[in-house]
Design a binder for this molecule. Structure first.
Ligand SMILES: NC(=O)c1ccc[n+]([C@@H]2O[C@H](COP(=O)([O-])OP(=O)(O)OC[C@H]3O[C@@H](n4cnc5c(N)ncnc54)[C@H](O)[C@@H]3O)[C@@H](O)[C@H]2O)c1
Length: 353
C-alpha cells in the first residue's frame, strides 16, 4: 500500500492508495479511528455501486452506520442540500465524537467537506474518492465548497480530512467522459511539475494503456499536490500553480452555462490556449504546445473552441473570484514540468487567449 503524509502546521493526515482497499476498509477504519457512530455521505450512483455494500460491511462489524445519499452531479453542491444533510445529522444525533465518510467524486467530497467544516463548527471526516478527478486532486488539499446560483464554489472553507483512502479499482465502473475529465487534471500535474509523468502519459497513448500504472499516476499527482499545499495551504502563492489552464477553463465553463464543456474539457482547452500563447510570446520553450495538444487529444479531450469570442471570455475572467483589481495571476509553463506564476494587467489578457 502506498502512503503519503500531508504535514500542515495545524494538522497531519495520511493518504493511502491500494487496489482493492475498499474491501478491507471497515476493519482498518474501526482499528485506527476513535468514534461512536458513522455516517456515509454518497450519491445515488455510488451508493448502489459501492455504498450499500460498504454500509453493510460496517454494520457487520458492529458499527452503528447511517447513510445519506444525494442526487449525482453538480446540482447537489448547494446550500439547500447541505442544509438537508445538517438536519439528517441532527436526526442521527451526530457530534464531534462521531465520524463522517465522503464516498464519491468531487461533488460528494466538496459537499461533505463543507458540511463537516461547518456542522457544530467542525466534525471529523474521511475522504474515499471514487473518480479520477477526486483521486488525483480534489480529495487532498482541504478545499471544500458549495455553489451559489451566481457561480461555482462561492461558499466554502479550508477543512482537511482525517485521512484519504484511495482504491483505484473503483475507476473500472466510471463512465468514459469522467475518465477523460479526470485525465485533464493528471495532464495538468505533468505540465506544471513532472516531466516524467507527462512522458508516461505520452508513451501510454491512451487511458487503456495507463490502467496498469494507475497507482503510480495517482501517487505522483497527489505527491505534487501535497508538496504544494504544505508550502501554501491557503493559495496565496505557489498553490496558484494548480490553476494552470483553469482561469480560461473556468471562464469557458461559465460562459457556456456549464452545459457545453465539462470542467476537464474546459481546463484542457485552457491549458492549450495559454501554452500556445506563451510560446508565441517567447515565454515557453518551442514545440511545448504541440506536445500538450497531443497528450490532450490522446485522452479524448478537446484543445480548441471553434469561433471563440475572446472578449466575452475575458469579460467572464474579470468576474473570476481570483481576480484582484486590474491584475490577474496567470499560470504559464516554461517547458513541460516547469511552471511559473505571472501577474499581468487585465488589458494584456487578450494576448494569452
Ligand atoms: N476541492 C477541490 O480541490 C476540487 C478540485 C477540483 C474539482 N473539484 C470539484 O469536483 C467536482 C467534480 O468532481 P467529479 O468530476 O469527481 O464529479 P462527480 O462527483 O459529479 O462524479 C461524476 C459522476 O461519476 C459518478 N461516479 C463517481 N464515482 C463513480 C464510480 N467509481 N463508478 C461509476 N460512477 C461514479 C457520480 O455519481 C457522478 O455521476 C466539481 O464540483 C469541482 O468543483 C474540487
Amino acid at each position: 500500500m502506498e502512503q503519503i503524509t500531508v504535514k500542515l502546521p495545524h494538522k497531519e493526515y495520511n493518504i493511502y492508495i491500494k487496489k482493492g482497499l475498499l474491501n478491507i476498509l471497515p476493519e482498518t477504519i474501526k482499528e485506527n479511528f476513535n468514534f461512536s457512530k458513522l455516517v456515509i455521505i454518497t450519491d445515488d450512483n455510488v451508493k448502489s455501486l459501492y455504498g450499500d455494500k460498504l454500509v453493510k460491511s460496517f454494520v457487520d462489524i458492529g458499527i452503528n452506520t447511517f447513510c445519506i445519499s444525494v442526487l449525482p452531479g453538480e446540482v447537489s453542491k448547494s446550500i439547500s442540500v447541505a442544509e438537508k444533510i445538517y438536519k439528517d445529522l441532527l436526526k442521527y444525533k451526530i457530534n464531534k465524537g462521531d465520524l463522517v465518510i465522503a464516498l464519491g467524486g468531487g461533488v460528494v467530497g466538496d459537499l461533505t467537506g463543507f458540511v463537516c467544516a461547518t456542522f457544530l463548527r467542525g466534525i471529523p471526516f474521511i475522504q474515499i474518492p471514487t473518480t479520477i478527478l477526486s483521486q488525483v486532486d480534489s480529495s487532498v488539499g482541504g478545499k471544500t465548497a458549495v455553489n451559489l446560483e451566481e457561480g461555482k464554489n462561492l461558499v466554502g472553507a479550508f477543512y482537511h480530512p482525517e485521512a484519504v483512502f484511495i482504491d483505484p479499482d473503483v475507476l473500472e465502473t466510471l463512465e468514459e467522459k469522467y475518465i477523460s475529465d479526470g485525465m485533464a487534471e493528471v495532464i495538468k500535474y505533468g505540465c506544471i511539475s513532472d516531466n516524467k509523468l507527462f512522458e508516461i502519459l505520452y508513451e501510454a497513448g491512451d487511458y487503456n494503456n495507463l490502467r496498469n500504472r494507475i497507482n503510480e499516476i495517482i501517487y505522483r499527482c497527489i505527491d505534487i499536490k501535497r508538496e504544494i499545499v504544505e508550502q501554501d495551504e491557503k493559495e496565496s502563492g505557489i498553490r496558484m500553480l494548480l490553476n494552470f489552464g483553469h482561469t480560461i477553463g473556468h471562464a469557458i465553463e461559465k460562459y457556456y452555462n456549464y452545459n457545453k464543456y465539462t470542467h476537464g474539457q474546459a481546463v484542457a482547452i485552457g491549458m492549450y490556449y495559454i501554452t500556445e500563447s506563451s510560446e508565441r510570446l517567447g515565454k515557453t520553450k518551442k514545440n511545448t504546445s504541440q506536445k500538450v495538444k497531443e497528450v490532450i487529444q490522446m485522452y479524448k479531450l478537446p484543445c480548441k473552441i471553434e469561433k471563440i469570442n475572446k472578449d466575452k471570455i475575458i469579460d467572464t475572467i474579470k468576474l473570476d473570484k481570483k481576480t484582484r483589481g486590474n491584475k490577474i495571476n496567470i499560470i504559464l509553463i516554461k517547458e513541460i514540468g516547469e511552471s511559473l506564476i505571472e501577474t499581468i494587467d487585465m488589458l494584456d489578457l487578450k494576448k494569452y487567449i
